[in-house]
Design a protein around this ligand. Structure first.
Ligand code: XIL
Length: 318
């Protein structure tokens, strides 16, 4: 039985990967599947490289949890997408609740980016430098970074990242920017501005958090992803999951399989779509039930590590 990463590589992608997180690494059956490189050629730490974990107080850094994931990946010869450096969420309160000027927050942001990227130098295929700068109405989020620096924080973050590690792909990552609409237009605006200003950016990550039965069409996905690759950037689906209202039914699971096929086929039909990452592969550890009440069953494997119809949907697309 050929497995997902092997199939993806044969189809021309760099990897098919998954997110994981530290708590589930005590589950040996789960870790056995996670560690199989023929299935997952790439790993993303789901939480342990975020600011609240890595710099819980000003100037005090902790990489212990992130290191557990990057060493697991290295032991299995899996690539790592490092995630993330600048994001409004999962910030420690000293950042989100601090009193900042443009100058003081800029200094803090630069130290954070430089220290974390220097620590992980050589271990990441890509870094999500800025995550989710846009809100659901396609405006810039008025978060602590925007409030202190305006939209210029994005340029400063990428320039700082380029200096810290010149060998890693620098990504802008967001959700609902992979199908046409105001948010995709705004994301294209962000990355076009960087490219035109000569700021180093290597890729656009489209998260891909979907709902069964309400996927964007494959042609819309392809068309929208190509607006980014037309700038000379690569794209990747970075956090794919497709949730449903529980309980799951055979009909929902069958539709979910079709929806996974649509997402994977879209990436394969875009020349510079280089990889696909699912936001955990197993319903047992998915973030969905905790965040979207009454919803779940969003992954390729069920809670008992059995492959679902969705898994075979991906296989048929690859
Ligand atoms: C999620 C994690 O999976 C959860 O464990 C955590 O509680 C919240 O964040 N977009 C992102 C990811 O970029 O970092 C988020 O991960 C999911 C949405």
């Amino acid at each position: 039985l050929a497995q997902l990463n092997d199939l993806a590589v044969a189809a021309g992608l760099k990897y098919f990967g998954t997110a994981t997180d530290n708590p589930e690494l005590t589950d040996t059956a789960y870790v056995e599947v996670l560690s199989n490189k023929t299935e997952w050629g790439q790993i993303t730490p789901g939480n342990s490289q975020k600011w609240d974990t890595t710099e819980p107080s000003n100037g005090t850094f902790s990489f212990t949890k992130g290191d557990v994931i990057t060493s697991l990946a290295a032991n299995n010869s899996q690539l790592v997408r490092c995630h993330n450096l600048v994001w409004y969420s999962q910030l420690p309160s000293w950042v989100s609740g601090g009193t900042w000027t443009n100058e003081t927050l800029q200094a803090v942001m630069k130290t954070h980016i430089t220290t974390e990227m220097t620590h992980y130098k050589g271990q990441c295929y890509a870094w999500d430098v800025v995550n989710e700068a846009l809100d659901d109405s396609a405006a810039f989020r008025t978060d602590v970074f925007y409030n202190a620096m305006g939209e210029d924080y994005i340029r400063i973050a990428f320039e700082t990242a380029a200096l810290a590690d010149p060998d890693v792909k620098l990504y802008y990552n967001d959700y609902n920017i992979e199908y046409s609409g105001a948010k995709a237009t705004a994301a294209l605006g962000i990355v076009t501005k960087l490219v035109n200003a000569g700021v180093k950016i290597g890729g656009v990550g489209v998260q891909g958090h979907y709902i069964v039965g309400s996927m964007p069409s494959q042609s819309d996905l392809v068309k929208t992803l190509e607006t980014y690759t037309a700038l000379g950037l690569e794209v990747a689906i970075t956090e794919l999951d497709i949730r449903m209202t529980l309980p799951s039914t055979d009909a929902l699971l069958a539709q979910q399989s079709i929806d996974y096929q649509t997402a994977v086929s879209a990436c394969l039909n875009v020349a510079d779509c280089i990889g696909i990452t699912v936001w955990d592969f197993d319903d047992k550890y998915s973030w969905i039930p905790d965040t979207f009440s009454g919803q779940g069953a969003a992954c390729l494997f069920d809670e008992n590590l059995n492959r679902k119809p969705a898994y075979y949907g991906v296989v048929s697309a690859l």
